[in-house]
Design a binder for this molecule. Sequence first.
Ligand SMILES: NC(=O)c1ccc[n+]([C@@H]2O[C@H](COP(=O)([O-])OP(=O)(O)OC[C@H]3O[C@@H](n4cnc5c(N)ncnc54)[C@H](OP(=O)(O)O)[C@@H]3O)[C@@H](O)[C@H]2O)c1
Length: 355
Amino acid sequence: MRLNNKTLMPCIAVVGASGMVGRELVALLEKRRFPVSLLLPFASGRARQAIKFRGRSLVVPAVDFQSLTDCDLVFLVSSDAVARRLAPGLARRGVWVIDDSSEFRLDPGVPLIIPEVNAEALSPTKRLIAGPNCTMTGLAVAGWPLHREATVREARIASYQAVSGAGRAALAEFFAQTRRQAANLGFGTDGRAPVGRVPRAIALPKAIAGNVFPQVGRFDADGHSEEELKVAAELRKVWGTPNLRVSVTAVRVPVVRGHALSAWLNLTRPLPVSRARRLLARAPGVELHAGQDYPTPLDTAGCWPVHVGRVRTGVDTRELALWVVSDNLLKGAALNSVQIAEHLLRRGWLKRRSR
Ligand SMILES: NC(=O)c1ccc[n+]([C@@H]2O[C@H](COP(=O)([O-])OP(=O)(O)OC[C@H]3O[C@@H](n4cnc5c(N)ncnc54)[C@H](OP(=O)(O)O)[C@@H]3O)[C@@H](O)[C@H]2O)c1
């Protein structure tokens, strides 16, 4: 993975480097010894901020398109609007762009990549690459070996999604509400909020401390939330199964980090649990929990693999039920993007361009 000559190493920018995903991404570039000749972190410029990279403190200025065009790879970990503004122009100029927003994920001309599943969809001519929704990533990775063996025709999913999936502002709101709850301000001692004193929610649709609610994103006219629609559409695209039937209930839970989901996979033929466990045990990017052990967000936060437990038969032998937990900031975003970049590097497509 390491290139010897620094002059051959790519110049890399991270737009959104001060955010939750951005900070993880910069740390991963260092931990995974990604070759970097120059790292340029950018953010909104609204506040003076710095990040650490390889022992140095780097100031994070406002994003500047001209500087990005001089880079070989730009990670966009910012927002849909920023991706819309920057990504197409950069890709046209030959810069590799890996975007974690939802802006381009369903664009037929943009590969949506989870390396363990569909790295072959990468192409030297498609410079703009999308990273997937953090909720479906866990299922896409864990369900893939089962799908290849016995073809999933229907997936029913209930997700239990951490607050960090909604960005920094939501997490700050959660912590503030939790402090109020601990101090018994605005919450009754019996767990009920006294009438009129339910904490105000701004970043999320309802108070999240001491609560769960089945809404992640806005609802459409048919009552599906944005997250539910994204999970279904992106799973179909990544698996290359346009006719896959998917139903999702996306739930926000008072967890800091780590999305959990319960999935029921309806298969075209029976798959014994023992065989499914063997497939999962050797699947890339999966960590299977032994026996009746199961993963939780607390014990998988900061972990790279997707964790799977409670593999069991569903309504009949053509259905498997599983419990999947993955770190939304890592495999759900930053790690997946760095893995994509590692693929580009291995194929010799990402290198220092001559200026
Ligand atoms: N959180 C997750 O679990 C997750 C999972 C998958 C994908 N994603 C996607 O990853 C992206 C980042 O999410 P996040 O959770 O890290 O959000 P976040 O913590 O709220 O951070 C957002 C970042 O974007 C920067 N930013 C905001 N407006 C900008 C502008 N106009 N120009 C340049 N930079 C700007 C912010 O800079 P300032 O510090 O200056 O405000 C900050 O660095 C989003 O597209 C999100 O949908 C997130």
